[in-house]
Design a protein around this ligand. Structure first.
Ligand SMILES: Nc1ncnc2c1ncn2[C@@H]1O[C@H](COP(=O)(O)OP(=O)(O)OP(=O)(O)O)[C@@H](O)[C@H]1O
Length: 550
């Protein structure tokens, strides 16, 4: 296909606003693509390479402006192109505003002709350009781009400029191409979707759909060495997870960098979340994996930088490692990293994407000795989950992940099956107005504390807190509060306002349970506000405001 024909189709697609019309245009384009099918399935999304490849053109905006300026003629400079961009706001418009056709000489007459750019040629030139490295590579890239722009008519220039700067923006997303492949080659959408998830290559999937149909697509499996998109998380709450699932799988949420481990039976390769190969910067992670594994596997986890005492460091530290590809030894001296694996996509020839998290985690745990695989707790109890969270925070980690233990692994999806617990947006300073003695071994310490806020004429309860308090803190709080007990009723005691707790919570709901008319959901003890007296605690009117603004 001539590149002009692609530009024409892209312009038509861009002019459409309805999703269905866009999908129809892409469907037609793919159906007519012939030998260019794989390339076109990528070009419409502004991709030159398969999504699983980290190859980039490495063309910065300035380099593109220079190429456009040279193609536009002697009187135009890269600064002029930049100035025009400031006016028009979009590089495609800018590229289309110059008359490159005049530079083409006789070959341009009548359009098309021997010198007409083809889609295949653009793909080939850009692939070669991506491979250029070393001294003088920037000039070579400008030369190649100039050569392409020089042969463009305005529409071709518009879409070439957008393609090289990864700014295609014609309204075609991943879902559009998926639906278009299904429609163009008469295969079920969910089969295309699965093939895309495991191969992470729209071009390849389009070709298989056309040439081998549903059977061919079904046969596409994960491949060790070919990274897939990471499964992602939504923000969520403990209460929401407990409502939605029979059991909640709870894990610590590590604050590091995501890595996908591919072990082929001999050597491990590591990929970052954007598919970059980060094997070289992480030799000790490679060693951990290669020492432990003896069968091929694809695993998912987080690499965390740690201090000498093992405490986690901010995630920027591990990213420093990723950046220092060429001087690993030096970085290794100042940043130690640890691998925490939490998922398993493939083991020894078997794809596990459709298996439940329970099974995937069991398979993962069977591959390693203790310490590398992240613990997973199954719980149905908010307090128990609160304890896991308190421990995670105590150990210096970010919080917790809540996962549906029965859910499959869905690459690239930010669905409801993985939820990161929202950090407490606000905290409340509440007065302790009562408590309960513990049971059994804990009968001598106060365990659950009644939380109240100030009202015009006293205090009104908003909840009870039992989570997030260490044993040492419980002993201390008991010693401090016992002298202020004013009444006892079984295990319950009333306590004169004396101590202020800072508490986190997931949300504030209206409730008939407490006299305030509100209830904190999932309250968690953070600290004693030693600097506050009950008179400084939060008021019921603040609780009302927070509940309204939620
Ligand atoms: N146990 C775990 N399970 C899954 N992901 C975890 C776990 N521990 C840490 N993570 C990390 O948490 C990320 C999800 O959390 P979060 O959404 O805050 O990450 P982000 O990269 O900052 O943002 P986003 O994914 O929203 O773009 C995962 O991509 C992963 O890198």
């Amino acid at each position: 296909m001539e590149f002009a024909a692609f530009a024409d189709r892209a312009a038509t697609i861009e002019a459409e606003s309805a999703d269905t019309a866009i999908t129809e245009c892409v469907t037609d384009l793919l159906a007519d693509a012939g030998d260019d099918l794989a390339t076109l399935a990528r070009f419409v999304q502004g991709r030159v390479f398969p999504a699983h490849e980290s190859t980039t053109l490495d063309i910065g905006p300035r380099l593109c402006y220079e190429a456009i300026a040279r193609a536009a003629g002697r009187n135009v400079s890269a600064d002029d192109v930049e100035a025009r961009l400031a006016e028009r706001g979009e590089i495609g418009d800018v590229a289309a505003s110059y008359d490159f056709g005049g530079q083409r000489g006789l070959a341009a007459f009548g359009g098309g002709g021997a010198d007409a750019l083809t889609v295949a040629e653009v793909a080939r030139e850009l692939t070669d350009l991506a491979a250029v490295a070393g001294d003088g590579s920037q000039e070579t890239k400008v030369d190649v781009l100039f050569g392409l722009f020089n042969r463009c008519d305005p529409d071709e220039a518009r879409y070439l400029a957008r393609l090289v700067l990864s700014e295609m923006r014609i309204g075609v997303g991943d879902g559009t191409v998926r639906d278009a492949v299904a429609a163009a080659f008469d295969v079920p959408v969910d089969v295309v979707e699965r093939a895309l998830q495991v191969s992470n290559d729209y071009g390849y999937v389009a070709e298989v759909a056309r040439d081998e149909g549903e059977t061919g697509l079904d046969a596409i499996d994960l491949e060790v060495g070919r990274p897939v998109q990471a499964m992602l998380a939504q923000a969520g709450t403990v209460t929401g997870a407990l409502e939605d699932w029979d059991d909640v799988a709870v894990e610590w949420k590590y604050d590091g960098a995501r890595v996908q481990v591919h072990y082929d039976g001999e050597a491990a390769r590591l990929f970052s979340r954007n598919m970059e190969d980060v094997t070289d910067p992480l030799p000790e992670v490679v060693a951990t994996v290669e020492d432990a594994l003896d069968v091929p596997a694809i695993l998912d986890g987080e690499v965390v930088a740690v201090a000498d005492d093992g405490a986690p460091l901010p995630f920027q530290e591990v990213l420093r490692r990723f950046r220092r590809k060429h001087d690993v030894a030096a970085t290794r001296e100042d940043v130690t990293v640890r691998l925490h694996l939490f998922d398993c996509l493939h083991v020894d020839g078997e794809d596990l994407l459709d298996a439940s998290l329970r099974e995937r985690h069991d398979r993962l745990a069977a591959l390693f000795d203790d310490g590398v695989v992240s613990d997973l707790w199954l719980s149905t109890d908010a307090d128990e989950i609160g304890e896991v969270e308190a421990d995670a925070l105590e150990a210096g980690h970010e919080g917790i992940m809540l996962k549906d233990p029965d859910a499959a692994y869905t690459p690239g999806k930010r669905g409801k099956n993985w939820r990161k617990r929202k950090p407490d947006v606000e905290t409340l300073d509440c007065v302790v107005t009562g408590a309960e003695w513990g049971e059994g071994r804990r009968a001598n310490v106060l365990g659950t504390f009644e939380l109240s806020v100030r009202t015009d004429d006293g205090y009104a309860q908003v909840g009870n807190v039992a989570t997030g308090i260490t044993d040492a803190e419980l002993d201390d709080l008991t010693a401090r509060l016992e002298p202020h007990v004013t009444a006892e009723d079984g295990r319950s005691v009333a306590i004169a306002p004396e101590i202020v707790f800072e508490v986190g919570y997931e949300e504030i709901q209206t409730s008939t349970t407490y006299d305030s008319g509100y209830a904190l959901r999932f309250p968690r003890f953070l600290a004693v506000r030693e600097d506050k007296t009950p008179a400084d605690a939060d008021s019921l009117s603040r609780v009302e405001r927070l509940a309204e603004n939620a």
